[in-house]
Design a protein around this ligand. Structure first.
Ligand code: GDP
Length: 600
């Protein structure tokens, strides 16, 4: 097959898109800075290109940095495009055609700190999206006794380390490999990994000293070349496909879109379709903007206008009517296609992301489509129904919707990475709607679940308070203090809790006989309102006479209304102490000897 048969003239290989994920403070930002910084100092001027929201590192720079680790002749992918905003949040925001936008990810883990909540969350997201990743075991320079080797490949640096430092580092690295294994990933030091599709490569690095950065770039490059080359073949001249990273107001341009283009080309003047909050937006590109080099010092003109941008790249799009665009939404160049067809395409992609809502449930607000979807997935897993889910800040309208939930536990708003508009704040109190906010999904859901547990506990406590509790007790020999009006006797509580003012029964054969009502309890000479199993107390009973209806040695029970017995057995059995449960079963058994359906 000749080239022209299998690929069109404009087919070419694009840069793989790389995302950096990991727990806060594990070094994501430092690592990206180091990659950018070392590329600048190692390479020729202009060796790396700053895009909007992304940094491109060309193959030559990678190979210069990686030295022997990367021979440019072995590669035909043009380099790597790093997304500048690290974290799983932007990762889940950035999608393409329903999958992750990033082709490959670096999971940064602090070697001293190991797996942390956001590491776990990042791993779950990588697993769900099936994104290949490598682990950057960061901060190796903090190993006690470390002898820093600026910018060296890690093996070279390891040669210079003491035995003790090496074994200290190994210990941490093996722990990390163990933690990955707990998560279902088999992993090893990257130089031992044969098949990166089966095993996760662990690359020891330091974002501070640059040790291992050459390895990191080399592994990313090699992995992409080996396993992703087919996916990188795109029709460069075709219509551009991208994802909105952020909707931003820019002076002189109004609302603009920061977009990562992952396929095709976009030109100034192109008609585009963008996913909007209500419906797809159709508009015309007024300008394509790239950051101006050394923009920091010249704040006046921060951008350069360009005529076209080819995937993969980050670009700012200025166009009319972009106010309603959503972060995470698709952007499509119409090209010579029918605009309605493209609108349908965008709608279909948005529908894919849409979240299932129900008649009853909680209100969810998130900053982007991707995070909204991630929230919805997590809530579904936690079996929390959703009444409404939307992208955007928390507004009074959301409070109004939340207040319509039937169950008190659903009168809540879960906000992920969003602000609360000031006029919504007062509404929360007024409507008795509770707000939960966090920028870590699982923590947000944990907080909510704790609240629900606490609420249920409180509810059960109120029920338990209102319900008569079972108790079995026995009149002690020689402990009659008064025979009648009221009878006062010493008793031992065998099981359950005795409470004042309750009715007392005694079984005669299979028949429960009410003997009277409690009118006082004294423990160690003090009046008390109740007493627990194991204690000996004196009680006053209105009604009976000792020696007639009751006798020393008699076993007595607190009378349980049938309805209460039923609730206790069917709903609260997990909430009452074991001895009380025993009193309850004893009581039910006695009744059921006479009537098998009593309390059912
Ligand atoms: P992020 O929250 O994951 O983006 O983490 P940062 O990049 O902000 O790093 C958090 C802290 O760790 C900062 O104080 C960094 O200077 C420090 N740090 C990051 N990488 C390294 C490293 O390799 N070695 C050392 N010693 N410190 C590091």
């Amino acid at each position: 097959m000749s080239d022209t048969d299998s690929t069109s003239q404009s087919d070419t290989l694009r840069t793989p898109i790389v995302a950096v994920l990991g727990h806060v403070d594990h070094g994501k930002t430092s690592l990206l800075d180091k990659v950018r910084g070392s590329a600048v100092s190692d390479g020729e001027a202009g060796a790396i290109t700053q895009h909007i929201g992304a940094t491109a590192v060309p193959l030559e720079t990678v190979s210069q940095m990686a030295g022997a680790l990367v021979n440019p002749d072995d590669f035909d992918l043009p380099g790597l495009l790093f997304i500048d905003t690290p974290g799983h949040h932007s990762f889940s925001t950035l999608r393409s055609r329903g999958g992750a936008l990033a082709d490959i990810a670096i999971l940064v883990v602090d070697v001293n700190d190991g797996f942390q909540p956001q590491t776990e969350e990042a791993i779950d997201i990588l697993k769900r999206t099936g994104t290949p990743f490598i682990v950057a075991a960061n901060k190796v320079d903090t190993t006690p006794g470390w002898n820093p080797q600026q910018g060296e490949p890690i093996q070279k640096s390891l040669e210079k380390q003491s035995k003790r430092a090496k074994s200290k580092l190994d210990e941490s690295l093996y722990q990390l490999i163990g933690e990955l294994s707990d998560k279902g990933f088999s992993s090893d030091f990257y130089w031992r990994v044969q098949n990166f599709q089966k095993n996760i490569g662990v690359v020891p690095v330091s974002a501070l000293t640059g040790e291992g950065i050459p390895d990191l770039l080399g592994v990313l490059m090699g992995l992409s070349q080996r396993y992703m080359k087919d996916e990188m073949a795109i029709d460069v001249a075709g219509p551009g496909y991208g994802t909105v990273l952020e909707v931003k107001e820019e002076r002189g341009f109004g609302a603009t879109l920061d977009v990562v283009l992952y396929d095709g080309t976009i030109h100034a003047g192109d008609t585009i379709v963008v996913g909007g909050a209500n419906e797809p937006i159709v508009t015309e590109v007024r300008a394509l903007l790239q950051p101006r080099p050394n923009a920091e010092i010249r704040t006046e003109k921060r951008f350069d206008k360009v005529d076209e941008v080819r995937a993969a790249a980050g670009v700012k799009i200025a166009a009319p009517d972009l106010e309603g665009a959503m972060a995470g939404a698709p952007v499509r160049v119409v090209g010579d296609r029918d605009v309605d067809e493209v609108i349908r395409e965008v709608e279909a992609e948005l529908a894919d992301i849409e979240v299932t809502t129900e008649e009853e449930g909680v209100v969810v607000k998130a900053d982007t489509l991707g995070s909204l979807e991630a929230m919805a997935n997590a809530l579904q897993e936690a079996e929390v129904p959703i009444l409404r889910a939307e992208v955007g800040d928390i507004a009074p309208r959301d409070v109004a919707v939340a207040s319509t939930a039937r169950e008190p536990e659903h009168k809540v708003i879960l906000g992920f990475n969003v602000d609360v508009l000031s006029n919504a704040e007062d509404e929360l109190d007024k409507n008795d709607v509770k707000l939960f906010e966090d920028d870590v999904i699982y923590q947000l859901i944990d907080e909510y679940e704790e609240f629900v547990d606490e609420m249920k506990r409180a509810q059960q406590e109120t029920i338990l308070d209102k319900i008569v509790r079972p108790c079995r007790f026995q009149i002690l020999q020689d402990h009659t203090f008064r025979q009648s009006n009221p009878a006062v006797v010493g008793v031992e509580i065998m099981s359950g809790t005795i409470k004042n003012n309750m009715n007392v029964v005694k079984w005669e054969g299979n028949e429960p006989k009410r003997v009277g009502q409690l009118s006082g309890i004294q423990e160690n000479g003090e009046d008390v309102s109740s007493a627990r199993a194991g204690s000996r107390v004196s009680i006053a009973i209105d009604g009976p006479t000792v020696g007639r209806q009751i006798d020393e040695g008699d076993e007595l029970w607190i009378e349980l209304p049938e309805k209460h017995a039923k609730i206790l057995e069917q709903e609260l059995r997990d909430d009452i102490p074991v001895d009380e449960l025993e009193a309850l079963s004893g009581y039910l058994d006695k009744h059921r000897r006479r009537d098998p359906f009593w309390g059912k």
